[in-house]
Design a binder for this molecule. Structure first.
Ligand SMILES: Cc1cc2nc3c(=O)[nH]c(=O)nc-3n(C[C@H](O)[C@H](O)[C@H](O)COP(=O)(O)OP(=O)(O)OC[C@H]3O[C@@H](n4cnc5c(N)ncnc54)[C@H](O)[C@@H]3O)c2cc1C
Ligand code: SF4
Length: 508
């Protein structure tokens, strides 16, 4: 069966099934495939469109509008952090850069000790990680997969004796076009849209695009189904309505939209934690300007990592680094200053190699449903977080200078220009003042945290909501803390880990 697109429907839809999966990204795609393979009658609904490889035209202005929630403009209410996540079949796995990292062992152990997470120690999760990696063709990158930006990054890391290494990715027949964040026209990403949703369909799942869940229906403390709008896939405007009755619902609408949907449905948890504990790995960049052209948009964007400042056993090392490169519009949006300052920065575009300094944050935030489709996101960095970002920017500047950069630009509103190591102290002197440096979070997490104790968590370690029978959460919302590393493998694997509990709930 093919994906049923909203535009093909002429009247309201009512139906029934065993289980409705809301969202088709990392968590939802995995859950839909697992449950359909287990023989359940699955309906998977996705609010966005069903994009095909031919739709990914590599034009930033068009792709940002189509592939990202709020057309790429999603941000905290105070506009301090831009929060990027995906919309459409495959969710954020369609535009992500394919980096694959398991949940660090130290973190799984900490969750067990400090957050009462049971059944998810490294030995419990090993099989889920291995199966996920095999299914998505996760492979270690090597020297031939490195573009010039990554090669300079590696050179700087090695010169300084910092810790670093090649990353693993989920690609097959990658053409190294460098357009990963705009969707892959060559269909080389082994993601939810390409691998999991087609398998779910093969196993008999019904998958609907342009279906926006608006209410999780429930009676007497148990879910009874999902209702919502059938929308125009381009504009998001309501055309028709739908309702599916079901004994179970698996929520995978992302760490922003899953808690919002629970709030809209008036489903509360005992601890009052729904929407709290939101994390997103806020990141900043430092850009090195080199004598020779770097043309960093060419080739695989991120194949190497620096872990010198990341240690899950050390509270003073919360920074993960990878090369970062955006196409011209994305770069211009982050570039510092206005007028002549902005133009001077952009003129160096072809000679730049940037590093993303990503924070495993201590601070957290809140997601609140405000009605009529509006969602309020708050997030605050602590003083420790700000010091960590300073440390990361200093480290990134050192790497770029060691790699041969003529200068490093830290894109504050009034940019810091560093010509040699002696000037790196300018970064600490400036600090991280509000609204002075573009912060971006691309990893929403944590807003429906899991744990055994209903007094300190929303979801049990089986994935089931503590207070609502038959409601399972299987996306990035369930993590008790930030991960410090890219989350997709964790999300795919926890969803896989929870799936047998949904099967057991339904089949007994
Ligand atoms: C630019 C970028 C690059 C990234 N690169 C990497 C990377 O290299 N490696 C990595 O590990 N991670 C990366 N990520 C993050 C990763 O892709 C996400 O963390 C992951 O996909 C999140 O999975 P999820 O299931 O929680 O949500 P998503 O994958 O975002 O899926 C949620 C889905 O639910 C749908 N939805 C929401 N509300 C509703 C509703 N009411 N009704 C119906 N459907 C709804 C959404 O449209 C969406 O399709 C990146 C993210 C970005 C933005
Ligand atoms: S670099 Fe590879 S995965 Fe990325 S868009 Fe190009 S072909 Fe696709």
């Amino acid at each position: 069966m093919a994906i049923i697109e909203a535009s093909t429907l002429k009247s309201d839809l009512q139906g029934s099934c065993d289980v409705v999966v809301i969202g088709t990204g990392a968590g939802g795609g995995m859950m839909a495939r697992e449950l359909a393979e287990a023989g359940l009658d699955v309906v998977a609904i996705e609010m966005g469109a069903n994009h095909r490889p031919k739709d990914f035209n590599q034009l930033e202005d068009e792709m940002f509008e189509r592939l990202f929630q709020q057309r790429g403009a999603q941000a905290t209410a105070d506009l301090k952090i831009r929060i990027i996540s995906g919309i459409g079949v495959g969710g954020s796995t369609v535009h992500n850069t394919n980096l694959c990292r398991r949940t660090p062992d130290a973190l799984l152990k900490r969750w067990h000790k400090e957050h009462k997470v049971s059944g998810a120690l490294p030995e419990d999760m090993k099989a889920a990680f291995e199966k996920t990696e095999a299914e998505l063709n996760v492979q270690k990158m090597g020297p031939s997969e490195m573009n010039q930006g990554n090669a300079l990054f590696k050179k700087g890391i090695e010169k300084l004796g910092y810790k670093g290494g090649f990353l693993s990715h989920n690609r097959r027949n990658c053409q190294r076009s460098g357009f990963c964040e705009l969707g892959c026209a060559y269909d080389a990403k082994e993601n939810s849209a390409k691998v999991l949703i087609p398998k779910a369909l093969e196993f008999g799942a019904r998958v609907y695009s342009g279906f926006r869940a608006e209410q999780i229906l429930n009676e007497n403390g148990a879910v009874t189904g999902v209702a919502g709008s059938i929308v125009d896939e381009e504009t998001g405007k309501k055309r028709l309505s739908f309702k599916f009755t079901a004994k179970a619902v698996c929520l995978a609408a992302s760490a922003v939209r899953s808690p919002a949907l629970l709030q809209a449905s008036k489903i509360k948890d005992q601890a009052g934690l729904t929407g709290q504990n939101f994390r997103c790995h806020p990141g900043v960049i430092a850009a090195g300007v080199f004598e020779d052209r770097v043309d960093g948009w060419r080739g695989i964007p991120q194949s190497y990592e620096c872990t010198e400042f990341l240690d899950h056993n050390d509270d003073n090392k919360n920074i993960w680094m990878v090369p970062g490169f955006a196409h011209p519009i994305g770069t211009a949006a982050m570039a510092p200053g206005f007028g002549a300052t902005h133009m001077a920065f952009m003129r160096k575009y072809r000679h730049m190699a940037a590093i993303i300094v990503m924070l495993d944050e201590e601070g957290s935030g809140t997601v609140r449903w405000k009605g009529k489709g509006r969602i309020n996101i708050d997030h605050s960095l602590t003083d420790v977080d700000k010091k960590q970002l300073v440390m990361g920017l200093e480290g990134a500047s050192k790497i770029l200078l060691a790699a041969g950069a003529k200068e490093v630009v830290v894109p504050h509103f009034d940019p810091i220009i560093i010509g040699d190591e002696g000037q790196i102290s300018k970064i600490a002197a400036r600090g991280i003042p509000d609204y002075d440096l573009a912060l971006t979070g691309v990893h929403p997490m944590g807003s429906l945290k899991m744990g055994d104790d209903p007094k300190s968590s929303v979801v049990a370690c089986t994935g089931e909501h503590h207070s609502m029978k038959g409601l399972f959460v299987c996306d990035g919302s369930v993590f008790p803390t930030a991960l410090g590393v890219p989350p997709q493998i964790s999300i795919y694997s926890f969803s896989r880990h929870f799936a047998p509990n949904v099967v057991k709930f339904l089949k007994g």
